[in-house]
Design a binder for this molecule. Structure first.
Ligand code: 5RP
Length: 233
């Protein structure tokens, strides 16, 4: 029996979606890649949300059987709302993934994590042979860090101890991500805090160097992943 509750049925993206037309055009492209019985890692963010709506339409109209592995509560609920079957990462390995990004450099390295879901996004992306990154024109930069800080998920007790180590890695500003509609720091789905860190320079080794620091779970740099970028045209 399915729940009759309207809470998930009435869920909508909380804010106005920027570059919506572009994002819808990209969603229309990724939906065409979905095949019967695919196991797909579903990334988080507004572009992914539009893709999930479009995939849901195909699932209903074509009785398409797929399994989605969600990267966040937000995505799991969007799958429920759109009649898409979800499965656990403990059981399924994704054949492929799709996801959004905050910045993409000319070598296809990424900053992700505006929505705070970068840990599971990276976990799924690492397990798939290919990920499609859905990118409207605002996402392309010459150098990573031009528009976004690097989000770093950290143990709550490590906030102070990490400061000097991050400064040694070239951090210029470090701020604790604060909630909206919640007082105090954002808590991730893994029970941790997020530090948003601007670096003077983002080198190829920085992703690994940050992850070596005690108290860090992972960070929003995605260097050298097997991705293909999908744009609106
Ligand atoms: C969430 C993410 C998102 O994929 C990224 O922020 C892009 O979001 P949007 O599609 O809303 O522009 O990394 O953690």
């Amino acid at each position: 029996m399915n729940w009759k509750s309207t809470i998930i049925k009435d869920l909508a993206w909380g804010t106005k979606i920027s570059n919506r037309e572009d994002k819808e055009a990209i969603a229309a492209k990724v939906v065409q890649l979905v095949k019967y019985r695919d196991v797909i890692g579903f990334g988080s963010g507004s572009t992914s949300a539009l893709a999930i709506e479009a995939i849901g339409k195909r699932v209903r109209e074509e009785k398409l059987e797929i399994i989605a592995i969600p990267t966040s509560h937000e995505v799991e609920m969007a799958c429920v709302k759109n009649d898409i079957q979800t499965g656990s990462f403990l059981k399924y390995q994704p054949d492929w993934c799709f996801d959004g990004a905050d910045e993409i450099d000319p070598d296809k390295n990424l900053i992700k994590g505006r929505g705070g879901a970068m840990v599971k996004e990276k976990l799924l992306m690492s397990a798939a042979s290919k990920t499609y990154i859905l990118a409207d024109k605002s996402k392309f930069v010459s150098n990573l860090g031009e528009k976004f800080a690097v989000p770093i998920e950290v143990l709550p007790i490590a906030v102070n101890s990490l400061e000097n180590s991050l400064l040694s890695l070239g951090a210029s500003t470090i701020s604790l991500r604060i909630g909206i509609k919640k007082d105090g720091p954002v808590m991730t789905e893994n029970g941790n805090f997020i530090l948003d860190v601007n670096f003077k320079n983002i080198g190829k080794e920085l992703e690994k160097e940050i992850n070596m620091l005690p108290g860090v779970l992972d960070n929003g740099l995605f260097m050298n992943f097997p991705i293909e970028v999908l744009t609106a045209n």
